[in-house]
Design a binder for this molecule. Structure first.
Ligand code: MN
Length: 195
């Protein structure tokens, strides 16, 4: 049985970037729904005792959609912290060096990532992932897809499903994505990169 993850912050801690109301629906209703659905679907199947990542890599249809959305949302919610001054909220160490090497500057990386989220058509996710050789790549994934299905190691993600921002930003997806940079917990992202 899978369980809804606990948030590593209070439900109002991300305000005003993400409101308590959005968190309560997004985590408490949408993610809870995916968890409940997956638990029903795996009962009595080969997937019953499989780790979440393995289900995502090997399943299709409704099983894949619910498992993918749980994995995506766990990575999403666990990467945030209370708002920081955006200009001081930056990656450090190996990750910062790799971003600099590939994009020339953190600003250029941020622009490409935000733009790929803004231009993704329909529901999905934009991801920063590591390849096996340690190089980084930004991908757009539709629906419930996760970069692990392409052999990538997911590091950072923005959810561009409307439920992630509509209560707070309505149709202004780019404004929502831009605001997210101030709540990224780069320590969490760097931990993922160092694995
Ligand atoms: Mn979502």
């Amino acid at each position: 049985m899978f369980k809804l993850i606990d948030l590593p912050y209070a439900p109002n801690a991300l305000e005003p970037v993400i409101s308590e109301k959005t968190i309560s629906f997004h985590h408490g209703k949408h993610l809870q729904g995916y968890v409940d659905n997956l638990n029903k679907l795996i009962q009595g199947t080969q997937y019953e005792n499989m780790p979440l990542e393995e289900i995502v890599k090997t399943s299709t249809g409704g099983m894949f959609n619910n498992a993918g959305q749980i994995l995506n949302h766990n990575l999403y919610f666990e990467q945030f912290q209370a708002p920081q001054h955006e200009e001081n909220n930056l990656p450090t160490g190996k990750l910062a060096a790799q971003i600099e090497k590939q994009w020339g500057s953190f600003q250029a990386f941020k622009e490409e990532f935000t733009n790929k989220g803004a231009t993704l058509f329909g529901s999905g996710w934009v991801w920063l992932s590591a390849q096996e050789d340690g190089t980084l790549v930004i991908t757009q994934e539709a629906g419930a897809n996760n970069p692990i299905t392409k052999g990538l190691e997911p590091l950072l993600t923005f959810d561009v499903w409307e439920h992630a921002y509509y209560l707070d930003y309505q149709n202004r997806r780019p404004a929502h994505l831009q605001a997210l940079w101030s709540i990224i917990n780069w320590n969490a992202i760097e931990d993922r990169f160092s694995k």
